[in-house]
Design a protein around this ligand. Structure first.
Ligand code: DOR
Ligand code: ZN
Length: 348
């Protein structure tokens, strides 16, 4: 018998769409499978004000084919000069669904991020009052901290103290990559959620480094040891309401990744749902895919679950995905899991 699973249409709670020619080239891949996505604001220059978020949203909608329905959920990039009133207005109008905290220097285009957390306390307090979540890139940037330890150290030194200083602030630990991250979320109350990417469920640091360096597996936070990947798999497939899908699909032109100083980011929008069905089946937890990809995210953000549905079917032959997609900003290499995948999304 053919294996088949139908779930409410999924959402992507962490997505990079970029701008211009790259946006035009990639947005269709997300819109094909996802009803909504939380759109990251790390453009150059970053999306800092409500006015910038509104015009970026319009550019995203314009880049979509008219027959496609896809709702970009906008975020603002938190800086040390973010105005609490602008945030409140943008949140109350429904335009902006979250703020994004990048510690300065942590990743792609994070130079305008936060250095001094005291400076953002007034905004964080206002966010707690009006109940808009803070999405956190949880890595310290101190040069003396090993890159593989940056998430765990961030939890102890930054995240936990911050949550104590601003009670009631709801936080999403984005792209959690460690057992420590999973444990921290599990030990907390419902004020905290965590997104998990598809690629961190599939690769560990050996995939990145053994037998040659694989630039298309390089992302931030960097993939960790196998025990951490297994902890992420256990969390994603547990059904625990605090864990949900954020692909962190982050397109870069291939030549900027296959480079002496390659950019961080895996492009997974196009094959995420097939890969997740594979992973959840491997974990004997296909029935939990619905929680992870379609239900827990809306519950955290206080939004309805999508009414439309998606069917995934397991075929007899491997599904083929393009190795690259082409965009006006160069071609983008698609994340290759390194194994055959038999699950495909049935056309509507
Ligand atoms: O791998 C990543 N790519 N991690 C991030 O945090 C940012 C992203 C990007 O924008 O390229
Ligand atoms: Zn990201």
């Amino acid at each position: 018998m053919q294996a088949k699973i139908t779930i409410p249409r999924p959402d992507d709670w962490h997505l990079h769409l970029r701008d211009g020619g790259m946006l035009e080239g990639v947005v269709g891949d997300s819109a094909r499978h996802f009803a909504r996505a939380i759109i990251m604001p790390n453009l150059v220059p970053p999306v800092v004000t409500a006015v910038q978020a509104r015009t970026y949203r319009e550019r995203i909608l314009q880049a979509l084919s008219p027959e496609v329905s896809f709702e970009p959920l906008m975020t603002l990039y938190l800086t040390e000069t973010t105005d609490p009133d602008d945030v409140e207005e943008a949140a109350k109008s429904g335009l902006v669904k979250a703020l994004k905290l990048y510690p300065a220097g942590a990743t792609t285009n994070s130079e305008s991020g936060v250095r001094d957390f005291d400076k953002v306390l007034p905004v964080l307090e206002r966010m707690a009052q009006i109940d808009i979540p803070l999405c956190v890139h949880g890595e310290v940037t101190d040069s003396d901290i090993d890159i593989f330890d940056r998430e765990a150290v961030f939890i102890d030194r930054v995240l936990d103290p911050l949550r104590r200083r601003v009670p009631g602030l709801r936080v999403v630990m984005e792209h959690v990559t460690t057992r420590e991250g999973v444990d921290y979320v599990m030990a907390s109350d419902s004020d905290i959620g965590a997104t998990i990417t598809t690629h961190h469920l599939i690769i560990n640091r050996n995939h990145l480094l053994v037998g040659g360096i694989r630039p298309h597996y390089y992302c931030l936070p960097v993939a960790k040891r196998e025990q951490h990947r297994l902890a992420l798999r256990a969390a994603a497939t547990s059904g625990d309401i605090r864990f949900f899908l954020g692909t962190d699909s982050a397109p870069h032109a291939t030549d900027l990744k296959e480079n002496a100083c390659g950019c961080a980011g895996c492009y997974t929008s196009i094959n995420t749902m097939s890969l997740l069905a594979h992973v959840f089946e491997e974990e004997k937890a296909l029935e939990q895919l619905e929680q992870f990809a379609s239900r827990n995210g809306p519950a955290f953000y206080g939004l309805p679950v999508n009414e439309t549905r998606m069917t995934l079917v397991k075929g007899n032959t491997p599904v083929t995905f393009p190795q690259k997609i082409s965009t006006r900003a160069g071609d983008v290499t698609v994340f290759d899991p390194g194994f055959d995948v038999f699950w495909y999304v049935e056309a509507d």
